[in-house]
Design a protein around this ligand. Structure first.
Ligand code: ZN
Length: 585
């Protein structure tokens, strides 16, 4: 093991036939070589790690081979092939445009194109990540690409085809590389494992292949990591643990639970997933994938779309038998909806739990309304309460292991789709009995709403209503003023001027000559609340009365002075009117 060479390099394909998962491209290239109809320039497009550069190198080696096999493969023995294999060939030039994208870099390359090959027929220029070239570099390159010498071949590779300018596209033969299938990658890993004498479970290799998402290079480097972690024995378990992948097991268990209407267990499994540090969104995507896989199992024709290992395939087949197609489609709808709303949800966990509860309710009756009688209790309320809503009850909080904490779903669905477990309508007053886990009861919720309403009413009725006297009022009034003096001094000072008066029906009046104080509803309400509480009377209400200014008020403004003078001598008004005088303010 100490001489373990990174598989991605060691098992890089050396011939067209060993390229993984790109059969149509390799056979097209072989045909072109065979019929000697090679284009001047090629553009290899597709995601990273799927064999673009590898194919370009094989191509360069093959067209230079002096001893081509009948199968159009390089011999790997001739002078040209050995220099290629030792990375010593002068006929191949690679430029990584991601780091060498200046005009200068391209000029150097163009310079080299002028020199014909000393050995072999072709000089091959591979430009990786060609979309990264600066526009000046592109222009400098264009001339060469238009009229290249016959011995020069260009292979451009890119992950972003849309960034390539049309003038380049039109001069290239384009090949679109596709993501490599999980099965192909898994088989290749199996081949590598066998060659390296590494024990590896098929399911484990499938998980690696899935994680690599179509990129063989990634799959090989994950494989290498795992080999060093697991000392040459790759099991499903250690792949799951090391790659932090949500185990298939979780999905099988959760679907089992939803099929049995088992809300309790499905929420507990979800809790387990959260506790293991997995992301909710990740789980949603995985669950949707799982349902899709079950759906695919339903038909032999689509069975090939199931990209999993053999052992897991049989588990899928088993579970697919228990879930009918409508359950799977509805379940996918629910999960898809959850996926859309999850990110924006304020309570993400609840959003996900709700979806699981909905899935739990699918099997029992929603899909087979005829198989289970749905009886809505004959109370009038049911009609009003039957809107599709969630009656808010304490959310199943961070789940504990007590099942009752989570076994009380409070979804009120449309009555049509709600399975009511007990066919005999019971009086509304009866407490809901022990419910089947996962069943949904309208009656329970109605009871609850009614209980809450009656408690609320009774609270209102039992509010105190004690009699009190003018004296009591004055005592509490001054208590309030002294307690509040620091908080609202101006308001308190204004109130100090007058004594409140108790009127009929517990109306309390207080007088003020200040309009601002009289209309300060916020502070008045505060006083009122204080009095209500301390006099134990909820009917008490406080009202302000604005008084006129007192007679001996000093006149300040000119207008006030005029009024004062007028009172003493009414003729002044006549004088003012006849002379059409105005008071200056
Ligand atoms: Zn050769």
């Amino acid at each position: 093991m100490e001489n373990f060479i990174v598989s991605a390099r060691k098992y890089r394909p050396a011939t067209f036939d060993t390229v993984v998962g790109q059969n149509s491209i390799t056979s097209t290239l072989k045909n072109a070589i065979k019929n000697n109809i090679l284009a001047q320039a090629f553009l290899f497009c597709g995601p990273r790690g799927i064999g673009k550069t590898t194919c370009a190198r094989i191509m360069a080696k093959t067209i230079n081979c002096q001893n081509l096999s009948e199968n159009i493969e390089a011999c790997n023995k001739c002078e040209s092939c050995t220099s290629f294999n030792n990375a010593a060939s002068f006929n191949i030039h690679e430029l990584d445009a991601a780091s060498n994208n200046s005009v200068e870099d391209i000029r150097n390359l163009v310079e080299q194109v002028r020199i014909p090959p000393q050995v072999g027929k072709y000089k091959v220029y591979i430009i990786d990540e060609v979309h990264m070239l600066s526009s000046n570099a592109f222009n400098a390159f264009l001339k060469t690409l238009e009229e290249p010498p016959p011995y020069a071949k260009f292979i451009l590779a890119t992950t972003e085809k849309h960034k390539i300018i049309p003038t380049i596209l039109s001069r290239c033969q384009i090949f679109d590389f596709k993501r490599i299938g999980v099965e192909d990658i898994a088989n290749h890993l199996k081949f590598v494992a066998q060659n390296e004498h590494i024990e590896a479970e098929t399911d484990a290799l499938h998980i690696i292949a899935q994680k690599a998402d179509g990129a063989l290079r990634d799959a090989l480097s994950i494989f290498d990591q795992l080999v060093s972690f697991s000392s040459a024995n790759i099991t499903y378990k250690n792949v799951i643990d090391n790659l932090n992948i949500l185990d298939y097991d979780y999905y099988f268990k959760i679907v089992d639970a939803t099929l049995k209407n088992d809300i309790t267990n499905s929420l507990l499994i979800l809790n387990d997933i959260f506790e293991n540090g997995f992301d909710g969104q990740h789980f949603i995507i995985g669950l949707a994938e799982h349902l899709r896989n079950l759906l695919v199992c339903k038909d032999k024709a689509t069975l090939s779309l199931l990209e999993v290992g053999e052992n897991i395939k049989s588990r899928y087949a088993e579970q697919a038998k228990q879930a009918d197609i409508m359950f799977l489609i509805k379940g996918l709808e629910i999960i898809n909806h959850c996926d859309i709303e999850y990110r924006g949800s304020n309570n993400k966990r609840l959003r996900l739990e709700l979806s699981l509860m909905q899935m739990c309710s699918l099997k029992s009756g929603a899909l087979h309304p005829q198989s289970e009688p749905i009886i809505i209790p004959p109370q009038k309320k049911t009609e009003n309460q039957s809107t599709k809503s969630i009656v808010s009850e304490p959310i199943p909080k961070p789940l504990t292991n007590e099942p009752q904490a989570v076994s009380q779903p409070t979804i009120v669905n449309e009555p049509k789709t709600v399975p009511v477990k007990d066919p005999e309508p019971k009086p509304v007053q009866k407490k809901t009995g022990p419910r089947m886990p996962g069943s949904i009861s309208i009656k329970g919720n109605i009871n609850k709403v009614e209980e809450e309403a009656s408690t609320y009413k009774s609270t209102i009725h039992t509010l105190p209503d004690t009699d009190f006297t003018q004296e009591d009022l004055e005592t509490q009034w001054s208590n309030y003023l002294s307690s509040e003096a620091d908080q609202t001094p101006s308001f308190v000072n204004a109130l100090r001027k007058y004594t409140p008066i108790l009127k009929d029906n517990y109306l309390v009046e207080f007088k003020t000559d200040n309009k601002v104080i009289a209309n300060d509803r916020q502070n008045i309400n505060k006083v009122q609340a204080y009095l209500k509480e301390h006099l134990q009377n909820q009917k008490l209400s406080l009202q302000s009365v604005i008084t006129l200014k007192e007679e001996n008020n000093t006149a300040y403004t000119d207008e006030e002075k005029f009024d004062e003078m007028k009172k003493k001598n009414p003729a002044l008004q006549d004088l003012k009117d006849q002379l059409d005088l105005e008071i200056e303010f």
